[in-house]
Design a protein around this ligand. Structure first.
Ligand SMILES: C[S@@+](CC[C@H](N)C(=O)[O-])C[C@H]1O[C@@H](n2cnc3c(N)ncnc32)[C@H](O)[C@@H]1O
Length: 314
């Protein structure tokens, strides 16, 4: 296990995923107003801005203060850009959004700087404080969650958000361990999981699913996606585009279901009267898109990406 404590320039790099596809999906108008709700290190935002003319506007958001600092450093002097620290679930509360948006991009999950900076505590590859919060300005971190939660709650999180079949055994081991002292380091947790599970799957660290589950729980990621998608319906102008890139099946399932529900009448159920028609709010644009082989070869972190696109109906 590497022990890394300082941040290097390397840690600041994030290669944007499905950049051409995402920009094409937004069908950017030079004088439009767009929201990048997941700024990260600005790969998508930078390209979007290039397509905007002097009357276009770009609103940038991220819940990670480090991402917001990077956005301010780069874009503070551009009159077309507004920047806000916050959760995209709350996008509708932002004054800048009130007049409506021509497009929204959500590139979900964590960025490379978050994963690669050991001090953020997202990775089982490096020993560091067990934090995992995207928004480091407030809220419970992963160590605090593991110190507080009941065994049943920990097991449920590991199953629901990590699909970890051995979640109960891991939860029991965590609770036994914390009787002695709380688990505060990524290394301790990774070792505990390795001891409980053994090295069962070649090519996959035994802590992969547990770390994913804790990250999703600590950041309330799936709730934020649901809320963000619903908020998008309220703030998109007619014909405004919604483009969402997800990175695992739990995220994609929510996006797929939401876009389907908003774009199709509910199916009739056998033996029941046909359901009342509902006001559809979205039209699907194409099918789910995946990155090409060349992109995956260039950027292995793109391998699980799925892009879904929809347009707001008038
Ligand atoms: C995959 S990265 C985005 C990368 C970005 N598109 C780029 O090219 O640099 C995801 C970013 O979204 C942020 N994020 C995730 N969930 C969020 C939420 N609910 N609200 C705001 N930001 C969020 C993370 O902090 C992270 O910086």
């Amino acid at each position: 296990m590497r022990v890394l404590t300082t941040m290097t320039m390397q840690d600041e790099l994030h290669i944007p995923v499905m950049l051409d596809e995402a920009l094409a999906a937004l069908a950017v108008r030079a004088d439009g107003v767009y929201l990048d709700g997941t700024f990260g290190r600005g790969g998508h935002a930078r390209r979007l801005l290039r397509e905007l003319g002097p009357n276009g506007r770009l609103l940038l958001m991220d819940r990670d203060p480090a991402a917001v600092a990077a956005a301010r450093l780069e874009f503070a002097d551009d009159a077309r850009v507004s920047i806000r620290h916050g959760n995209f679930a709350d996008m509708a509360d932002w004054d800048a959004v009130r007049d409506g948006l021509d497009g929204i991009l959500l590139d979900l999950g964590v960025s490379s700087p978050q994963l690669d900076n050991a001090a953020r505590g997202f990775s089982f590859q490096t020993d560091a404080p067990l934090d995992m919060r995207m928004d480091t300005s407030h809220g419970e971190n992963a160590a605090q969650f593991l110190a507080r939660a009941q065994e049943r709650e920990i097991a449920e999180v590991l199953w629901k958000f990590g699909e970890e079949r051995m979640g109960r055994r891991i939860a029991r081991a965590i609770v036994e361990r914390r009787h002695g002292a709380p688990i505060t380091r990524t290394g301790e947790l990774a070792e505990l999981i390795t001891r409980v599970l053994g090295r069962r799957e070649p090519g996959k660290h035994p802590a992969t699913r547990t770390f994913q589950a804790l990250r999703i729980a600590v950041n309330g990621e799936l709730d934020a996606i649901e809320q963000g998608l619903n908020a998008a319906l309220d703030v998109l102008k007619p014909h405004g585009r919604l483009a969402v890139i997800s990175f695992h099946s739990l995220e994609d399932r929510i996006v797929k279901q939401f876009m389907r529900d908003q774009s199709h009448e509910p199916p009739a159920k056998r033996g029941l009267p046909p359901p009342a028609p509902i006001a559809l709010k979205l039209k699907l644009i194409g099918h789910a898109q995946l990155p090409g082989d060349a992109e995956i070869a260039r950027n292995p972190r793109a391998r699980s990406a799925v892009l879904r696109v929809a347009e707001r109906l008038p």
